[in-house]
Ligand binder design. Sequence first.
Ligand code: HEC
Length: 140
Amino acid sequence: MKSLMLTAAAALLLVSALADAHQGQHHGDHQATAQMAKLHKMMPRYAKARALIEKSLEQGNLKGVVKQTDYLLSTTADLKKSQPHKNVVQLKEFQGIASGFELDVDALAAAARKGDLEGARAAFTSAVKRCDSCHAKFRT
Ligand code: HEC
């Protein structure tokens, strides 16, 4: 009788040990998490930059434009390296849109620096289209 109870107790211990091991299992691969977090943090600042550039262009304030393009260009290397949550398999297309965005912001900065308001407006319109096309495909 005593040995039977011991066996039962040992069996219980074994069952709970197995349950613990199962709960401790790792879920998935979190390697890309840091890059996603970076993107998520950048985007609200992008929205602010877009609004400020729009306002500066309305006022013909090209210095104000350059201030924001300086910020955006300081981030585009990270943008090209980052990774969306959605449609991750199409990462090449994501990187292509990011590169196009960088070129537009470059053109916007160049136009603003030489006082070309019309050129700046055209480059801004094109850059904003990239914001939207990237979101259409990669924003959850
Ligand atoms: C190359 C792709 C890409 C470009 C270009 C891009 N975005 Fe995004 N954006 C994303 C992705 C992906 C998300 C969703 C990811 C996330 O928030 O975690 C996002 C989310 C956002 C959000 C929501 C943030 C939040 O807190 O949920 C805003 C606002 C935003 N973007 C603004 C902009 C603006 C403005 C521009 C252009 C000046 C821009 N983005 C350019 C990919 C892009």
